[in-house]
Design a binder for this molecule. Structure first.
Ligand code: NAD
Ligand code: TDX
Length: 350
């Protein structure tokens, strides 16, 4: 039986992964270690919480004693490491937590795995990372696994540091590691501080839709379920010590994404009470400092070596995502009226 430690399983991607792993790996045991920061939400996993194969542990990956005790108690053979501070804007406002969780926390997990696993080769440590470590592209070109790191925000710098540590533990200690660097995800359970869920929520409420700069920055969008499937594929078939880029070949300018959401919502729920379409809510606001211009992933390696392909286009994925948010209004409301309320109201009004 495979015994998996998932870190950050109550977040956006982690919760989608936990659900998929329990479906796809019937014989696994899965322990979810999550600190439940503002971004961690146990209700993301209400449907599987009673599964006898699943255990939730509230705790910090930076707590070395707790992590070592969990390794001793559960005899993990697999780690899938999602836990991180993940929002670029927050890393600009206050980088300290990003350094602590993303760098020090990853180091503590690596140390625990090294101590518990000694020289075992039948184990895997999969580190989930981002394309942002590669920096910013101009109008052309793609990030490959050999693109030099050039992180520009405290968030991406902390993720780059953690990627380097994971790689170093493979080269120095022979730890059987895998790294995935993925482009922007979207889909169910996406925390409403990030562009797509924020725009959906504000557009439904008739609130302003903040677009940074001129809205021409480009992101390469991937449906979260496709990212989770890629992680499982890398876990099962990836070559130890390797990095795999994951992306959906869905480059869009931010303004295009916002227009698409506005138009779909107008069509699905009707125009605003004053008869205007939701594009009228768009406001161009002050740009993010150091805003990366364009991300675009070359996913040729994972496609050719492991046969992974995204299953949804952006057009299909955004339809499904909007449908999910329309039927999960309570989930968003609970977040924006709970502990997150002060931050949200300061930015977007009551
Ligand atoms: P998220 O912010 O939604 O979730 C992060 C989770 O980690 C939360 O449940 C939080 O409580 C938990 N956590 C934070 N600090 C912790 C700590 N010290 N100890 C234990 N748990 C802690 O993030 P996400 O968007 O789901 O991203 C997950 C991972 O995927 C991150 O490592 C991120 O860098 C990476 N990633 C994200 C994207 C994206 O588009 N969201 C793309 C590529 C890679
Ligand atoms: O209000 C907004 N207005 C706006 O124009 C917000 C929140 C964002 N933006 C822009 C900034 C980016 O160009 O939209 C784009 C997407 O922004 P975010 O949703 O904040 O994502 P990004 O900064 O690209 O990072 C995301 O993808 C890579 C995740 O948050 C990271 O964790 C992941 O590594």
């Amino acid at each position: 039986m495979q015994t998996i430690l998932v870190t950050g399983g109550c977040g956006f991607i982690g919760s989608n992964f936990v659900r998929l792993a329990l479906q796809q790996l019937p014989a696994c045991r899965l322990v979810n270690l999550d600190k439940l920061t503002y971004a961690g939400n146990p209700t993301n996993l209400t449907d599987i919480a009673a599964d006898p194969r699943y255990r939730f542990v509230k705790g910090d990956i930076g707590d070395a004693d707790l992590v070592a005790a969990l390794f001793a108690e559960e005899s993990f053979d697999t780690v899938v490491h999602f836990a991180a501070e993940s929002h670029v804007d927050r890393s600009i406002l206050g980088p300290a937590e990003f350094i602590q969780t993303n760098i020090v926390g990853t180091f503590i997990l690596l140390e625990a795995a090294r101590a518990a696993w000694a020289s075992r080769s039948d184990v895997r440590f999969l580190h989930v990372s981002t394309d942002e470590v590669y920096g910013s592209l101009g109008a052309t070109g793609f990030f490959t696994e050999t693109t030099p790191f050039d992180p520009r925000s405290p968030y991406s710098a902390s993720k780059a540091a953690s990627d380097h540590l994971v790689s170093a533990y493979h080269h120095t200690y022979g730890l059987p590691t895998l790294i995935t660097n993925c482009s922007n995800n979207y889909g169910p359970y996406h925390f409403p501080e990030k562009l797509i869920p924020l725009i959906i929520h504000n557009a439904l409420k008739g609130k302003e839709l903040p677009v940074y700069g001129d809205g021409t920055n480009v992101r390469d969008w991937l449906y979260v379920g496709d990212h989770c499937a890629a992680i499982l594929r890398v876990l099962q078939q990836g070559r130890v010590g390797e990095t795999y880029n994951v992306g959906g070949n869905n480059e869009k300018q931010n303004l295009e994404v916002v227009h698409t959401i506005c138009d779909l919502l107008d069509a699905k729920v009707g125009l605003l009470p004053d008869g205007a379409g939701r594009r009228s809510l768009i406001r161009f606001v002050k740009d993010r400092p150091g805003h990366d211009r364009r991300y675009a992933i070359d996913a040729g390696k994972i496609r050719q070596e492991l046969g992974w392909e995204p299953s949804l286009t952006f057009e299909q994925g955004i339809e499904q995502t909007i449908a999910w948010y329309l039927t999960h209004g309570d989930w968003v409301e609970a977040i924006v009226s709970g502990a997150y309320r002060d931050y949200y109201e300061k930015q977007y009004g009551k």
